[in-house]
Design a protein around this ligand. Structure first.
Ligand code: FES
Length: 278
């Protein structure tokens, strides 16, 4: 008679070490011979640079609005604190003064961060670039366990669609900022900063509309499209944008930083705004 195993497992049953993992038993970290590490490295560098820039810019609480041209950086919008200059307070100043280093846009920051951090593309980007889980296709990861997005904190990723609703609202606010910048004391006005603000807003809408949750809201949970031609049309258009979601994710990081930098440089009198009208 076979003696019972120490672990109590039935004789002949695979031990923990032998249990199937669903993965090929390959000893090498990877068999890939291409430069698979370039993409996660560039991703890590790009995201780190952007976050550092945003942190420094918002913590300074300076050069965020150009009152004479009506430009307000999206990093400080909506500006709702008594610390905000009047020209930046498009929606009033219901909050008291913020302490130093607190970004003026802190009220919406958790929602914006929630939207980007739970985004399907950014998940892939930072899982690979920072978490190395895995760093690339067909490259083994350093982690022993994998519980997916079923436990805290990653279970929060499932709230992405709710962050999407908040992001739509914030895009409306950014659009309002871009529109009111055309109205000056002399009436209609336009400069290069207006074009930059509008360009940023267009890209923000494109990124938001290309969201996977938006696509599902438009065309999901339908048994057939033939009875829902309007939703089908929206779903088709969003699907086209959706194929560019990764590019839009990066483009909007670029347009946000560029818009902010342009406004900061104009406000600090480092450069002058190119004026077209008034
Ligand atoms: S999937 Fe990227 S924003 Fe929704």
């Amino acid at each position: 008679m076979t003696a019972p195993t120490v672990s109590g497992a039935a004789p002949g049953a695979p031990s923990d070490k032998q249990k199937p993992t669903g993965r090929a038993a390959i000893g090498a970290k990877t068999l890939r011979t291409d430069r698979w590490w370039v993409a996660p490295l560039l991703t890590a560098a790009g995201l780190t640079a952007w976050v550092l820039y945003a942190l420094i810019r918002t913590a300074t609480q300076k050069y965020y609005v150009v009152p004479e041209h009506g430009y307000l950086t999206p990093f400080s919008s909506p500006c709702l604190s008594m610390s905000c200059e009047e020209a930046a307070a498009h929606f009033g100043r219901p909050f008291p003064e913020f302490p130093p280093l607190v970004p003026f846009g802190i009220v919406v920051l958790p929602f914006l961060l929630g939207f980007r951090l739970t985004c399907y593309y950014y998940r892939k980007a930072y899982y690979r670039a920072f978490w190395l889980s895995p760093p690339a296709c067909a490259v083994s990861e350093p982690h022993k366990k994998y519980s997916g997005e079923t436990r805290f904190p990653l279970v929060i990723q499932n709230a992405h669609r709710y962050f999407f609703y908040a992001a739509v609202l914030i895009s409306v606010i950014n659009t309002y900022d871009a529109i009111v910048a055309f109205h000056g004391d002399e009436g209609f006005q336009a400069g290069l900063g207006n074009l930059i603000l509008v360009g940023n807003v267009v890209m923000l809408w494109a990124y938001t509309a290309s969201c996977h949750s938006c696509r599902h809201i438009a065309g999901g949970r339908l048994r057939n499209f033939s009875k829902h031609p309007v939703r089908y049309w929206f779903w088709t258009q969003i699907s086209k944008l959706n194929t560019r979601h990764m590019q839009l994710a990066w483009i909007t990081l670029g347009t946000l930083a560029f818009t902010d930098a342009y406004i900061a440089l104009v406000d600090a009198d480092v450069i002058s705004d190119l004026r077209f009208i008034n």
